[in-house]
Design a binder for this molecule. Structure first.
Ligand SMILES: *Cc1c(COP(=O)(O)O)cnc(C)c1O
Length: 463
């Protein structure tokens, strides 16, 4: 629903029909396990617990707002992905969704590889001991300094994103006396978002090299001709929060077609294809994500089938889930502040965070769920909009949801599925202090990214 659809005029009539909300759940006290991390439950007193610890204790010890990350869920998801794809495929966790040194160690222990897309992410990965050969480096504008650092570290692969970068990486690799393993990111003319995908001839976006007009084939020609590069495969990433496998099907078919063309022209069969990430998770009860094993089967079936018909050896597949691993594993805990009922419209519930800890609602019109978690309630459901404390009317955390009508200042509410792209995109707007990330596991809670302090703010402000 675009905001410009209602350019002017009184909005009162629109408001109630404009939302995405469906009827309130029969019982607001019941937590839909689809949107909460695996160890979340309510205790006998009705308070939400995660990893065996109640939110009241967590709020007392760590304050609000804060992200609580269910470590055993995170690890279980890593294992589910790597077991689903098996030994003949590689799972790269997309670090941009949320990266910290603890996360890197978990990934390493669970046998996953890691995607980075900046020098900062690379530093975090290496510092926490991820072997360089298990790291892939992405991005449409890697700096020379970043490429140098990656090559020096012995990074597993660099995903080339432009003609200029092909030459740049080749030169740097040669200067270091190495042949850098690379993939070429191609844009296959598929854009997928949530439940839809669109196949287009031209891709009007900044990533990758277009397949359609022969550009990708030309990029392959150049990469194969340069001594500094070891071209191991082709990469495609088609979108985000995708539920429909049809987009991946088209993408895989086109990528395999390119491999066949490369074989015909150059007599080489590239050994790998990377089908990217973008797999959807449940933010609300209406979302129905696929399980990793279904995704793995669908992808490997498509690739195998296409390769058989092109008479190609089946390449090694890699995938890059970010959101699908970390997204469902965390929730944000807020304390309710002011509550403003707008007669005939809805009730605005303000929390002690907002767009500084979750920009996704403002940025993408993302949908979230919310629940009262410090207690249960038998009060009637009321339609609410959960908003932050920032100086923007677009500072919305949850656009439309139901909370019990007896909600009061001081109650704790939680927004599930905030593990991905929330702390990672957090800002200091209004000099907000970015919240901590607390890992919870087996009755223990541990800060893995601490809360920012006012001293942190002043330290960067050098006067
Ligand atoms: C963002 C991104 C991913 C991860 O996307 P998710 O939606 O978090 O799964 C994977 N690969 C590439 C190249 C990306 O840019």
């Amino acid at each position: 629903m675009s905001r410009s659809a209602h350019p002017a005029g009184p909005r009162h009539a629109d408001v109630l029909t404009e939302g995405h909300y469906s009827a309130p759940a029969a019982d607001l006290n019941v937590l839909d396990e689809k949107v909460w991390s695996r160890t979340v439950t309510r205790d006998a007193d009705g308070a939400l617990t995660v990893g065996g610890i109640t939110v009241a204790r967590l709020a007392e010890e760590f304050g609000t707002p804060a992200y609580f990350l269910d470590e055993s869920d995170f690890r279980a998801r890593c294992r589910a992905w790597s077991e689903a794809f098996g030994p003949d495929a590689d799972v790269f966790y997309a670090g941009k969704a949320f990266l910290s040194r603890a996360v890197v160690r978990w990934l390493k222990e669970e046998g996953l590889n890691l995607d980075v897309c900046s020098g900062g992410e690379l530093t975090t990965a290496l510092d926490a001991g991820m072997p360089a050969e298990r790291i892939a480096f992405h991005g449409n504008n890697k700096t020379v300094a970043e490429i140098e650092r990656a090559v020096e570290a012995g990074i597993g692969r660099i995903v080339l994103d432009s003609f200029q970068e092909i030459v740049r990486v080749a030169h740097i690799a040669q200067r270091h006396g190495v042949r850098q393993r690379v993939q070429i990111r191609v844009t296959v003319g598929v854009e997928a978002h949530t439940h839809e995908f669109i196949a287009t001839a031209h891709e009007d976006q900044k990533f990758g090299i277009a397949l359609a007009d022969g550009q990708a084939a030309e990029a392959v020609r150049r990469a194969l001709s340069l001594d500094g590069l070891d071209l191991i495969g082709v990469h495609s990433h088609i979108g985000s929060q995708i539920f429909d496998m049809a987009g991946f099907e088209v993408s895989a078919r086109r990528v395999v077609q390119l491999l066949a063309e490369i074989r015909d022209e150059h007599g080489v069969e590239l050994p790998e294809i990377d089908l990217g990430g973008g797999l959807g998770i449940a933010y609300t009860s209406e979302d129905d994500p696929r399980e990793p094993h279904e995704i793995a089967k669908a992808l490997s079936d498509i690739v195998t089938r296409e390769c058989e018909s092109a008479k190609l050896r089946t390449p090694r597949i890699s995938v890059e889930p970010g959101r699908a691993i970390v997204g469902p594993t965390a929730f944000t805990l807020y304390e309710v502040g002011t509550i403003k009922p707008l007669e005939g419209l809805r009730t605005y519930v303000s929390v002690d965070g907002g767009m500084s800890d979750n920009i996704r609602t403002a940025l993408y019109d993302a949908e979230y769920s919310v629940a009262l978690v410090s207690r249960t309630s038998d009060a009637e459901p009321m339609l609410v909009r959960v908003v932050g404390k920032h100086c923007e009317s677009g500072d919305i955390v949850v656009k439309d949801a139901f909370l019990p009508a007896d909600l009061a200042p001081g109650d704790l509410i939680a927004v599930p599925a905030t593990g991905a792209y929330c702390r990672a995109m957090a800002s200091n707007y209004n000099h907000a202090l970015r919240p901590p990330v607390v890992a919870v596991r087996d009755g223990e809670a541990r800060v893995i990214v601490r809360r920012e302090t006012e001293e942190d703010l002043l330290r960067l402000d050098v006067g």
